[in-house]
Every structure is written in structure tokens, then in C-alpha cells.
Unconditional design. Structure first.
Length: 236
């Protein structure tokens, strides 16, 4: 199985020049620069209208055939945090003894979803999260309740089966969608250490979450993943 090679800055510059020259002879209605989560969503929504043409330009490779991207058990191996990671360095952090940290960001079609361990949305409703957007904009459509229909619209969710429920999965269908394009499901293997961690946290007084995508992350449970439950591989 082939591997995508990491291009140099000069090679990337040459590639962009070649793309620009090629595009000069073709007309598109929209050019989306960056094939990450937002860019691909914008392109997909625009092309819901079959009369609209869109081209997406992405510096990273297409990773659909890389095992470490597709298979949950290979997360963190191979190219995940090398070729497929921009690895942006921070400025020296005064409160960390001037250490420089790395901000990971996916460099591939799909952006950071390629390297995020298939974690699906676990967005906080209140405090410093979604509802603050609505407060800052004085616009209720940017609150959790206003955005939940769009969160759900993106999902093609598979409810847990009896085995997953027996291993601690809890599911609230009211915060999930079933007609979208992003497959959402639960793992079919549970590490004993993870189960012990959940039991210990609950024993210390942490609440058991009815579903970790319900807007309240101050609880413990089994998080859904962006995976296709039919074959337990990453949703593409």
C-alpha cells in the first residue's frame, strides 16, 4: 500500500503554481482554499446545487487509503503525527518556564479530523463555549439550542447495540441525527482500564453522562466516535 510523501516547501509552491496555471483554463464558481473540516463542508453545501462548480485546494494528501487514519486501533501510529501534522510551534510560554509547545493541526483532506483520534463532538453548552457565541453576537441562532439542529443534520448515527450498552455506552437520541453524512458510532472493543477509570470517577462523585454530546461535558461516560459502525472504520 502506497504512502504519501511529505513535500518540501519548494514542492508545495511548485504544486500551487501548477494548480493556478491549470485553473486559468477552467472556470469555477467558487475556489475553496483549505480542504479541512470547514472547507470541505462549505464545498459540499455549495455543490448541493448541481449547477454550482467548486474546486478545493489542499496542501496535504488524500489519506483515504492510510490504515492509521482508517483503523481505530492504529490511531497515533504511522504518519498521523508526522507527515499529516502541521505541528505549529507556539511562542515561548512565560508561565511554562519559556517552553515552546506544539499545536497539532491536520495536514490532509479532512484537516484535523484526520488526526483527532476519531473523537466526535463533545461541545459544552454553557460557560465558555457555544452559548457564549450567542451572547457575544446578541444572536440566539448562535447558541447551543440554535445550532443543535445543524449538529444533528451532519450526523448519520448508529445507536449502541446490547453489547455496547452492557459496556457502559449511554445514548440520548434527542441530541443525535440519523440522516446526515458523517457516520457516528461507538467502539466494539472496550479496554478494561477505561472501564475502571469510569467506575472510579463515578465512585468519586462525578456524574454519569446520559450522552457525552448532550452539551454537558462535566460528566463521565463512553464518547461516540466518527466511525462507520458497519465496519468499524473512520467515517469518510
Amino acid at each position: 500500500m502506497g504512502r504519501a510523501l511529505k513535500p518540501s516547501n519548494m514542492e508545495l509552491s511548485g504544486l500551487l503554481v501548477a494548480i493556478c496555471l491549470a485553473l486559468r483554463s477552467v472556470a469555477y464558481d467558487y475556489v475553496v482554499v483549505g480542504g479541512g473540516t470547514a472547507g470541505l463542508t462549505v464545498a459540499s453545501r455549495l455543490t448541493d446545487d448541481p449547477s454550482i462548480t467548486v474546486v478545493v485546494i489542499e496542501a496535504g494528501p488524500n489519506t483515504e487509503d492510510l490504515p492509521e487514519v482508517l483503523i481505530p486501533g492504529l490511531i497515533g501510529t504511522g504518519e498521523t503525527f508526522t507527515t499529516l501534522d502541521w505541528s505549529y510551534p507556539t511562542v515561548p510560554q512565560v508561565n511554562l518556564n519559556s517552553r515552546q509547545l506544539t499545536v497539532n493541526a491536520g495536514k490532509a483532506l479532512g484537516g484535523s479530523t484526520v488526526i483527532n483520534s476519531m473523537i466526535f463532538r463533545s461541545t459544552a453548552r454553557r460557560e465558555r463555549a457555544v452559548d457564549v457565541w450567542g451572547t457575544l453576537n446578541n444572536n440566539s441562532s448562535w447558541t447551543w439550542d440554535g445550532l443543535l439542529p445543524y449538529f444533528r443534520k451532519s450526523e448519520l448515527s448508529t445507536p449502541p447495540d446490547p453489547s455496547q450498552i452492557a459496556n457502559g455506552v449511554r445514548f440520548d437520541s434527542s441530541v443525535h441525527g440519523f440522516d446526515g453524512r458523517v457516520h457516528v458510532g461507538f467502539p466494539n472493543f472496550f479496554f478494561k482500564q477505561s472501564q475502571l477509570w469510569v467506575q472510579t470517577a463515578e465512585g468519586l462523585g462525578f456524574a454519569a453522562s446520559p450522552d457525552l454530546v448532550n452539551g454537558d461535558p462535566h460528566a463521565v461516560g463512553v464518547a461516540p466516535n466518527s466511525l462507520d459502525a458497519k465496519n468499524n472504520t473512520r467515517s469518510l
